[in-house]
Design a protein around this ligand. Structure first.
Ligand SMILES: C[S@@+](CC[C@H](N)C(=O)[O-])C[C@H]1O[C@@H](n2cnc3c(N)ncnc32)[C@H](O)[C@@H]1O
Length: 236
C-alpha cells in the first residue's frame, strides 16, 4: 500500500489543501482536548502539506520544536517551515513505519495512520517514545458510498480492529477514545469527482479502466462519508 499511497498524495499535493475540509475539521476535533497548552517537542506523523501546524494558533497550542514527517516529498514541499507558535519547524521525508522516532512530548497522527501496514507495531513503537499521543485514524466506513458503487472492499481496517489495536498498544496510558462520522454533500458529479481526485483519498490502489469509467459517468454523487477513531493517550 505504501508506494500507491505516496504516489496518490504526491499527485494531489498542490490541490490537497483546497479539498481537505474534512481533515481540517478532524484536526480541530482531535486537538481541542489538548488545548490550550505548550508542548516542547511535537512529532506530526503524515503531516502532509501542514494542516496541523496551520491549525495550532487558533487552537491555542504552542510548540518548542515541531517535526513534520511525511513519505511524500511533494506534500512536504507545500508545508510551512515557520510558525508564530513554534520555536522551530523541521520537516523529514520518511516512512513512519521505518523511521526512528526521537522522544516526543506529543505525537500527532491526523488522518494518516490508517495507511500503516502494521498499525499495531507502529503504535507500540510510539508508546515507547512519547508522553502523549493524539491520533485520528480513518476506518473502512470511510468512502463507503464509493465502495458500494464500485463493489470494492475498503483497504482500511474496521472500527473494532482499530480500537482494539489502540487499546492494546497504549496499555500504560490514560486512554480517551471516540468515533465520529463526517459527511460531505455534493450537488453534481463533477465536484464529487474533483473532491476524490484533489484530496488524494483514493490512495489504496489504482482503479481498473472499467471501474474508473463507471465512476466518471455513473457514480452516485450526493454524499461522501468518513469515519474516524479519535484517540488521546497520556502516559500515567
Ligand atoms: C490524508 S493526508 C493527511 C495530512 C495531514 N495530517 C492532514 O490532516 O491534513 C495523509 C498523509 O499521510 C502521508 N502518509 C501516508 N502513509 C505514510 C507513511 N507510511 N509514512 C509517512 N507518511 C505517510 C501521506 O503522504 C499524506 O500526506
Amino acid at each position: 500500500m505504501g508506494e500507491a499511497v505516496r504516489h496518490s498524495f504526491s499527485k494531489s499535493a498542490k490541490t490537497y489543501a483546497c479539498f481537505s475540509s474534512v481533515q481540517d475539521c478532524i484536526i480541530k476535533r482531535l486537538l481541542a482536548p489538548l488545548a490550550p497548552g505548550f508542548y516542547a517537542r511535537v512529532l506530526d506523523l503524515g503531516c502532509g502539506s501542514g494542516n496541523v501546524l496551520r491549525a495550532l494558533p487558533d487552537l491555542g497550542l504552542r510548540v518548542g520544536e515541531f517535526v513534520g514527517l511525511d513519505i511524500s516529498a511533494s506534500m512536504l514541499a507545500m508545508h510551512p517551515t515557520t510558525s508564530l507558535v513554534a520555536q522551530s519547524v523541521r520537516l523529514e521525508c520518511a516512512d513512519f513505519e521505518k523511521a526512528d522516532f526521537a522522544p516526543s512530548t506529543l505525537v500527532i497522527g491526523a488522518s494518516s495512520l490508517q495507511w500503516a501496514q502494521d498499525l499495531a507495531r507502529l503504535c507500540q513503537r510510539l508508546a515507547q517514545r512519547c508522553q502523549r499521543v493524539a491520533l485520528a485514524i480513518h476506518t473502512s466506513a470511510s468512502l463507503q458510498e464509493l465502495h458500494a458503487f464500485l463493489n470494492t472492499r475498503s483497504p482500511l481496517r474496521g472500527a473494532k480492529e482499530v480500537c482494539s489495536i489502540l487499546e492494546q498498544s497504549f496499555k500504560g496510558f490514560k486512554q480517551t477514545m471516540w468515533v465520529e462520522t463526517f459527511k460531505q454533500e455534493f450537488n453534481d458529479r463533477e465536484s464529487f469527482l474533483q473532491q476524490l481526485k484533489g484530496s488524494g483519498l483514493l490512495g489504496g490502489g489504482a482503479l481498473p479502466f472499467g471501474k474508473a469509467k463507471a465512476l466518471k459517468h455513473h457514480a452516485p454523487y450526493s454524499t461522501l462519508s468518513y469515519e474516524a477513531i479519535f484517540f488521546i493517550g497520556e502516559l500515567v
